[in-house]
Design a protein around this ligand. Structure first.
Ligand code: NAP
Length: 309
């Protein structure tokens, strides 16, 4: 087997993403040793029981020998966690994360990093609505994009560290894209953050209407509502932090969405079928291009086992 990319990595937060990085790193030659830390001792114990890596006695102990430290915790917690342990990192080591927002996290990581530690924020565009170490799996990142938002104009050592981190994610099966953090936040506001906000909102609206529909919302949920409830089952802490840390871009995307929704409402009120038909046809084409790009399956029911759903 090819030599692992890193000798030792530290995973801070062994939930869905952290445990998946740990599993994939071991299985696919990302790292020889994986050291684990989580603020929740039961979670840390469970991750060790699953054989995901060696549990550390403290967060500073976890990062001390690591060539790369991955913060896999909610976006709002990354700054304080990095500030509490980055001082214990080795010179030349990589300080990175998997957070769904990059601008604020990049700022916080840079503020926490001592001289000689390379800050390279990251975001694997892969996940599920589940949480915790049992929810993770090694193939989560296969065929998915991982966005890195390195600083512009770093020296040769920094650029080599960025290449190494990119190689790590490629070893885990990801395709890597380098991007400016502000651009990342704008792109993800429309492709991920806004859809989650809409899902949370439609579930809340439908719940409020239950008194009118007398249980029929749940009974007939397979008509479309159910797919929103899957997204809305995502972790509340994670999503609260995403919206608090990507305010400007989300508000910008939300404004555009509200304008388009108003236009649709008008078309329905005016009985303008052409506007509706053209928009739905266009949207269907976008769905096809996502499947062609290998980012989803064309199988019925999104490829889910229908017996389980
Ligand atoms: P998760 O399953 O809830 O796991 C997070 C773990 O981190 C929990 O065990 C949590 O402990 C622990 N934790 C929280 N604060 C901590 C701290 N200060 N120090 C140490 N451990 C701490 O969450 P996740 O879904 O893996 O998400 C982790 C990160 O990945 C987030 O930044 C998220 O934006 C990003 N991300 C998520 C997805 C997704 O689909 N889920 C996709 C891409 C990126 P407690 O249980 O005590 O809170």
């Amino acid at each position: 087997m090819t030599k692992p990319v890193f000798d030792t990595i530290a995973i801070i937060g062994v939930g869905l993403i952290g445990s998946s990085v740990a599993r994939a790193a071991k299985e696919k030659g990302g790292a020889t040793n994986v050291v684990l830390w989580d603020q929740n001792s039961a979670t840390l114990g469970r991750a060790a029981e699953l054989g995901l890596g060696k549990p550390a006695a403290s967060m500073t102990a976890a990062v001390a020998d690591a060539d790369a430290v991955f913060h896999c915790i909610p976006v709002g917690a990354i700054g304080a966690a990095a500030a509490a342990c980055a001082g214990a990192m080795k010179p030349g080591a990589i300080l990175t994360d998997v957070g769904s927002v990059k601008g604020n996290v990049a700022r916080d990581l840079r503020a926490a990093a001592p001289q000689g530690v390379h800050v390279i924020p990251g975001h694997p565009i892969a996940g599920t609505e589940n949480s915790g170490p049992d929810a993770g799996f090694a193939s989560l990142f296969e065929g998915r994009w991982c966005i890195l938002t390195p600083e512009a104009g770093g020296d040769a050592d920094y650029l080599a560290a960025v290449d190494r981190l990119a190689e790590f994610w490629q070893r885990l099966g990801s395709r890597v894209e380098r991007m400016d953090a502000t651009r990342h936040d704008l792109v993800l506001a429309i492709t991920s953050h806004l859809p989650h906000l809409i899902a949370y909102n439609i579930v809340a609206t439908a719940h409020d209407m239950e008194s009118v529909t007398e249980g029929e919302v749940v009974k007939f949920s397979a008509a479309g509502f159910r797919d929103f409830t899957r997204i809305a089952a995502s972790d509340p802490t994670m999503w609260r932090d995403v919206f608090l840390n990507n305010r400007e871009a989300v508000i910008e995307a939300l404004g555009r969405f509200e304008d388009d929704l108003t236009a649709l409402r008008k078309a329905i009120r005016n009985g303008d079928g052409d506007i509706l038909f053209d928009l739905f046809t266009h949207a269907r084409g976008i769905r096809r291009s996502i499947i062609e790009a290998g980012q989803d399956t064309a199988a019925p029911n999104f490829g889910r086992d229908t017996k389980k759903t």
